[in-house]
Design a protein. Structure first.
Length: 318
């Protein structure tokens, strides 16, 4: 009886105060709807950002030459160990101003090809590909009425694997091309139509040549392969500028640069433990730079950045 009486009193109260009841219900509906909308937008933004960052290679590791902090330069490098250097690397470089005046790496400070080859050998079961990408100049190529603005990039064979390029004609870059500094080039299918005309097919470009100017000298490069450019922000280079991909060793020679690299990108195999792989990578390269008072090599992962972004988005949703 008490429950029925309470229900009857509640209904009578609602009917007696219709406007107040309506406004109360409206406030509840708007409040719940707002929360649902915020959570939905946050989840959508998080998913979109994760997809975009994943297209760059979610587990990819970038290894770059970094200047040591001024305090580290003054200390006795022999007193530190490779593992200690790797464990403190992130903290040491979180404040760029701590490094003092900027120093340009010399040839001996760069990541040497032999060093990278040793790294690839030691971690062969954990590495899917290693990519190098260094720009060595730009030019405008003219073929009759057709013009194409190009950037010339020196790459290694792993570049196409890391970038998820799709071959449409010819072949990819090979290790032999790198060791022999062969004068070949990989071009995109969009470059083919821009330079040789709309009716030109990718297969028609293979065996032809282009003559860009690199470091003041005209270079004759034969097209070995044509690729379809991936549609992501890391490797796509826009609609009006095209990449000419040549062996990194040839690019270094043409540009008059030392053989080493400022940075490399590593794509681990899918089943690798990302955190452990990153620590081991830092430890490996730290051992090479123990006696270098000015520079070291630091590895960073896209995965850690993605986790940081997800935490920020979750905080906003709260």
């Amino acid at each position: 009886m008490q429950i029925a009486e309470n229900i009857r009193m509640a209904v009578n109260s609602l009917l007696a105060n219709k406007l107040r009841s309506l406004l109360t219900m409206l406030g509840i509906i708007i409040g719940i709807g707002s929360v649902i909308a915020i959570v939905t937008v946050g989840d959508s933004m998080t998913g979109s950002m994760n997809e975009e960052l994943a297209s760059f290679g979610g587990k990819n590791v970038t290894i770059g030459v970094q200047q040591r902090p001024a305090a580290a330069s003054a200390s006795d490098s022999g007193a530190s160990s490779a593992s200690a250097d790797a464990d403190t690397a992130d903290a040491a470089y979180s404040d760029p101003s701590a490094a003092g005046d900027y120093l340009e790496p010399t040839a001996d400070d760069l990541l040497q090809p032999a060093m990278v080859a040793d790294y690839e050998k030691v971690f062969s079961r954990q590495i899917a590909a290693i990519s190098v990408d260094e720009s060595v100049g730009s030019d405008t190529l003219t073929n009759g009425r057709n013009k194409a603005q190009v950037e010339i990039h020196g790459i290694t064979p792993g570049y196409c694997t890391v970038g998820k390029f799709e071959l449409t004609a010819g072949r990819w870059l090979r290790r032999k091309d790198l060791t022999d500094s062969r004068r070949i080039v990989l071009v995109s299918d969009t470059f083919v139509t821009a330079y040789w005309g709309r009716n030109a097919a990718p297969a028609d470009a293979v065996g032809r040549y282009v003559t860009p100017v690199v470091n003041g000298q005209t270079v004759k490069l034969y097209v070995a392969g044509v690729y379809h450019e991936p549609k992501n922000g890391m490797y796509s280079y826009g609609e009006t500028t095209y990449k000419l991909l040549i062996p990194a060793s040839l690019a270094k020679t043409l540009a008059g640069k030392p053989a080493g690299y400022n940075s490399i990108t590593v794509q681990p195999v899918p089943e690798v433990d990302s955190a452990k792989f990153l620590r081991d990578t830092n430890t490996f390269f730290a051992s090479y730079y123990l006696r270098n008072p000015k520079f070291t090599a630091l590895a960073s992962s896209n995965e850690s950045f993605i986790k940081s972004m997800n935490n920020s988005m979750n905080t906003l949703k709260l």
